[in-house]
Design a protein around this ligand. Structure first.
Ligand code: FES
Length: 105
């Protein structure tokens, strides 16, 4: 499952993810800058914040209530904001593109 992370400065990282892994775990494994993931995926730090491209929103689904609450602590939250530790990779997400917020590194 190929996923692409685009840094705020435009640097593109396309990496291979495993089904069942979260987007955050995939980013950390490949040392993608900007995905800090302080809490290790417990949905309690908001340092794994990403913007999901509009065309992918339907496939990634809607954030849970817990995730919405946590996103209130993230910077520059937009309609496309998600916590990458709450997105689990599956075959339908092959080709997923997300952007990393400016102030997260
Ligand atoms: Fe902490 Fe996602 S890794 S909220």
């Amino acid at each position: 499952i190929k996923v692409t992370f685009i840094e705020h400065n435009g640097t593109v990282h396309t990496v291979d993810g495993e089904p069942g892994q979260t987007l955050m775990e995939t980013a950390v494994k490949h040392a993608v800058p900007g995905i800090v993931a302080e809490c290790g995926g417990a949905c309690s730090c908001a340092t794994c914040h990403v913007y999901v491209d509009d065309t992918w929103k339907e496939k990634t689904g809607a954030p849970s209530e817990m995730e919405e609450d946590m996103l209130d602590f993230a910077f520059d939250v937009r309609a496309s904001s998600r916590l990458s530790c709450q997105i689990r990779l599956k075959p339908e997400l092959d080709g997923l593109v997300v952007r990393i917020p400016e102030f997260q590194n």
